[in-house]
Design a protein. Sequence first.
Length: 136
Amino acid sequence: MIRTQLIIIALITGISAVAVAPDARAEDSVTYEVVSNDVAAANLEYFDSSERKVLDGVPLPWRTTVTVMNALSPSVDGAEVRADWRPRVCDGRAWCPEARPNNWVTVRIYFRGKVICESTLDVGNAACYGSTSFKS
């Protein structure tokens, strides 16, 4: 009888521990890349472990590998990289004629060795998100 009670107590304790344990979350490793043959430096923003990082005046080409909670998530847990190379005179302006065309910059996100997003623009602000398979 005591043996049965001990087994029941052990089972209840084990099941309770599993039931209240937090979900295991795997983390994804992604590589961000910003390249250009026309622009020497850009201001960059990217997500690293659900935290936005901001870097000013980064020499191009630039590449880093970081960890995110879920590379393909559309939320703040996902992969995201942005490059802005507009002149300072353009800060806060929607239209800026000083941002000259034909200054091409490409931003990319690699996940598991493959490009999952690539965006190439010429007038100042390119972005990629792991939740989209955009390639331009």
